[in-house]
Design a protein around this ligand. Sequence first.
Ligand code: AMP
Length: 184
Amino acid sequence: MTQDENTTPDADTTPSFEELGITGPVLAAIRDLGYETPSPIQVATIPPLLAGRDVVGQAQTGTGKTAAFALPILEHLDMNQKSPQALVLAPTRELALQVTAATEKYGRHIRHLKAVAILGGMPYPKQMMLLAHNPEILVATPGRLIDHMESGRIDFSELQMLVLDEADRMLDMGFIEDIEKIVA
Ligand code: AMP
């Protein structure tokens, strides 16, 4: 696929975000941001993710991959739950922060939404405080997440959705054992 085909969907044949199943506050955020049509990776992944299926998505950088998993996560949230429902693992702190910011952007109209980044190099007390506020979404680098899990600070009993962002890079960076531990 060329870059053009990745980024320039045909407006006549591409379904709308509504037709893909995006509703209410998530749709309102998309409208605020001025997104007119879903990108090809979003058309491909949003419906199966909303249906609860497992998906492997592959697309170049800058083609809307973050929204491709973040929008279905936000659609699925139950704001009455008191422990994390979605976990996104990312290979680097920079990517984890970008995903957290994007999630907040797409979730700006969901009242009381909390997305927290759990990253190596950040002070533990601050992270413990953020975890104590019952975030719905965690975005983490693997090593630091395991530290918190092993200390019993994260309750995954309500976890519904797991994303491995840039999974190929995480495997290249040797995170396989960490990921297996987290998934188990
Ligand atoms: P990503 O590939 O997730 O890093 O997204 C690349 C850029 O495209 C980000 O600035 C997004 O805000 C933007 N974006 C994502 N989806 C769409 C869309 N359907 N229409 C327009 N811009 C989008």
